[in-house]
Design a protein around this ligand. Structure first.
Ligand code: GLN
Length: 290
């Protein structure tokens, strides 16, 4: 992009072509979302004001962001936010970008709303706080405990709680804890619902991931460094052995080995197990009722 007189429509066309040359998926959408971010405009306004000229400063900022995207940095890290359950979550490279599949987990939890008044929820591996904060907001009387191993992730989650829960942010309590380490006494509590979207990618799957994921998202939020089942074993053990007491455990399942997770779970003789498919009809959410 030279110092020519860019307008919204011309810069979008050039950028979309550039992205498609560089094998960025959904080139036009990416060009629009980044420009919307730089100009602080919703996408629809880009169309309504397509002849609006861009200042040299705007062109410079846009160009910097386009360069980052071409290096396969995820759009959400560049704009600093991601949508989840109709809310905008701050995201940084310290946290996994919340995924649409995980919304199904939140929706299944919220179906229990009629059955409990002031539930206590536990989110294991909270990352951006997507589950903890959205559940707290959409289930007004709930109290949520949210754990993560990463202090940097907890900071992001805390910011999200402050912003999205405003005066009620204290309904979510954050703890730094390694789920695989000894379970601390003050977290040995009874929860009505436990949720987790654990790192479930197998070590040998990591190289084959999309560059956006492999090169930018936090490895310890993606993989357990082993067979992809480490956290399921741990969560099933914690509840089966009574270290954690709960009425409902919801976990997201790996898209690549749901049958292994089902088999593992079946070995525990839990009283009631339900599995819900995602929109691609793959087993995605596991719900154990105690
Ligand atoms: N709970 C967060 C989410 O679902 C983070 C999950 C993770 O980092 N594995 O987005």
């Amino acid at each position: 992009m030279t110092a020519q007189n860019w307008t919204i429509v011309t810069i979008l066309k050039t950028t979309a072509d550039f992205f498609s040359q560089k094998n960025i998926e959904n080139p036009r959408l990416n060009a629009e979302l980044l420009l919307g971010h730089v100009l602080d405009m919703p996408r629809v306004r880009l169309y309504l004001e397509h002849d609006r000229p861009l200042s040299p400063e705007e062109v410079k900022r846009y160009r910097e962001q386009v360069r980052r995207r071409v290096r396969h940095e995820p759009l959400q890290y560049i704009v600093g936010s991601a949508g989840f359950m109709g809310m905008e979550f701050e995201v940084t490279p310290a946290v996994l970008i919340p995924r649409p599949e995980t919304e199904l987990l939140a929706e299944k939890v919220l179906e229990l709303k009629e059955t409990m008044d002031a539930p206590r929820l536990l989110d294991i591996g909270t990352g951006s706080g997507a589950l903890a904060v959205s559940l707290a907001r959409l289930w007004p009387q709930s109290r949520v405990t949210a754990l993560d191993i990463s202090a940097a992730a907890l900071q992001v989650a805390q910011n999200n709680a402050q912003r999205l829960l405003a005066g009620e942010a204290e309904r979510v309590t954050f703890y730094r804890h390694n789920v695989l380490a000894d379970w601390p006494r003050d977290l040995r509590d009874t929860y009505d619902v436990i949720v987790s979207n654990p790192p479930y990618i197998r070590r040998d799957e990591m190289d084959g991931l999309q560059r956006e994921v492999r090169d930018y998202e936090p490895a310890n939020a993606l993989t357990d460094g082993g067979d992809g089942l480490v956290f399921y074993r741990r969560l099933f053990d914690l509840t089966a052995k009574g270290i954690l007491h709960t009425r409902h455990l919801f976990v997201e399942m790996s898209g690549s080995q749901p049958e292994k997770i089902r088999a593992l779970c079946a070995g525990y003789n839990f009283p009631l197990i339900k599995i819900y498919p995602d929109l691609n009809n793959r087993d995605r959410i596991l719900h154990i009722q105690f």
